[in-house]
Design a binder for this molecule. Sequence first.
Ligand code: G6P
Length: 608
Amino acid sequence: MCGIVGAIAARPVAEILLEGLRRLEYRGYDSAGMAVWDGEQINRLRRAGKVQALADALAQHPLDGQLGIAHTRWATHGKPTENNAHPHMSGERLAVVHNGIIENFESLKRDLQAQGYEFSSDTDTEVIAHLLDSAVEAGDNILEAVRKTVARLDGAFALGVMHQDYPGELITARKGSPLVIGVGIGENFIGSDPLALLQVTDRFIYLEEGDVARLKRLGIEIWNATGESVERPVLQFQHGSGSVDKGEYKHYMLKEIYEQPKVVHAAMEGRLGKDSVLEQAFGAGAGEIFDQVKQVQIVACGTSYHAGLVAKYWIEDLAGIPCMVEVASEFRYRRVVLPPGTLFISISQSGETADTLAALREIRDRVLASLTICNVPGSSLVRESDLCLMTNAGPEIGVASTKAFTTQLVALLQTTLVLGRRHGLKPETEARIVEELKQLPGLLERVLGLDPAIEKMSEAFAEKHHALFLGRGTLNPVAMEGALKLKEISYIHAEAYAAGELKHGPLALVDKDMPVVTVAPRNEMLDKLKANLQEVRARGGELFVFAGSSQAVEPEEGVQVLELPPVPGILEPIVYTVPLQLLSYHVAVLKGTDVDQPRNLAKSVTVE
Ligand code: G6P
């Protein structure tokens, strides 16, 4: 999950590449580098640390030229040092940037060492540089060399390659890792995602698995996995580039939290009729597919997995269809038993998460159909699934996912309704929920109004090392998501439990140093939840309750209660997520961590 950018133009490319790296920094940010052809030779600059370190170095040692490749890294093989940073070179004449993992790099490395190649890094990528060089030395041109080399690689890759003897060519290839071509006028680009290139173009070609492409300033040629020359469509990017700015906000994460009223609206736009969800939004033939669904299998990772867990409650409750939910990294590697009529639903912000994509590929021939709930148009999951429902959250830059989650929930609720209506969900129930969904943007606005009180509450967490999150029903996955947010960005160890499980273990941990956060809407589970909270109080635990009414849980010494507006039951998991996002955000700010780019994490996990 590194970021790649490359350019071939009639103007200097270093600034374009640098801006691309800044926009890709969410994919990896422990080291960065760039190589540019200056008309005579390839010059390279690399730095450990963030893209800014490379920018500072470039200010001292500018790289001039009209052909270049650049990379921001998230270390897999070898520490985040300058030596391990990309681009990697073989001798002086060729440079390569790579995103992905080469699984057979050790045996390739042994072969190359036997041929006399010396390695200057611990990366898997360096084998690609030397394999390319060895093919060119044997007489291949650089395009043939790339073709031959990728045929020898096991694993996942997206590559950008340039060679001194082919100064008019930028070669690229992808398999298992994302890569787009940005189509310009008299110039062309490559990037790990369109965001990286929106400053120079809004027209993109999404390469397919196994594609190899040769970019020249005035043309693009593409070959598929079997070597046939192919045409791929040029697609217009849908979001304005303005939406990737931080604007008045201190962090992308805060901006994205505040965008939620707007984006949940976008996630419903054009999909809600007067009293029903319009199933055409899912794609051609959706109706016939939904008619045959007998069970649902959801697969996702991270935050998206939590959205799936909420959907399980909805689908079983409202549609009466069995629904299983599993993390993709487990699902893809075990023998799964799927009854006939299974609808496979993948949930993914990026549409490129390696495990989720592999799960789809593993299963698609054995299911009734596949549906993806996804935020990135044209991404691999969207292209490879039978149906899709876009979440329309717009680019999400903060590594900790916020607006992607709430819009996933909106999309999943719509999915539940279209499935439900075929399984006995009454039209009046659907109409009521559709009406309630329309209130969601306003409700989220009101919850955002609690921000100052949540910021105050966050002070109690700054010195803590652990926290426990409790919820019941659909609020149980919300508690899990709250704990994940806190650990991701504030590095406080946080765990979530279904409140009813408290006495089966976690209660042993509760004392004055273990704050307990609870989401407690005013629903039929409230009395049970209150009993759980008493168990915490009796052990001296400090409670932070987001409640549907202050009367429901009385504030007292050691119990802080924040009252949320009344929320229709079905919307509770969406609305109660927002205060937990704000809480984590403010704790992280108090702790001075890197909110948008927390250590060791990356936004888009395109490797296993
Ligand atoms: C990474 C991100 C998470 C995200 C997860 C799944 O871990 O940091 O925010 O939830 O990947 O990503 P996806 O793009 O498939 O939703």
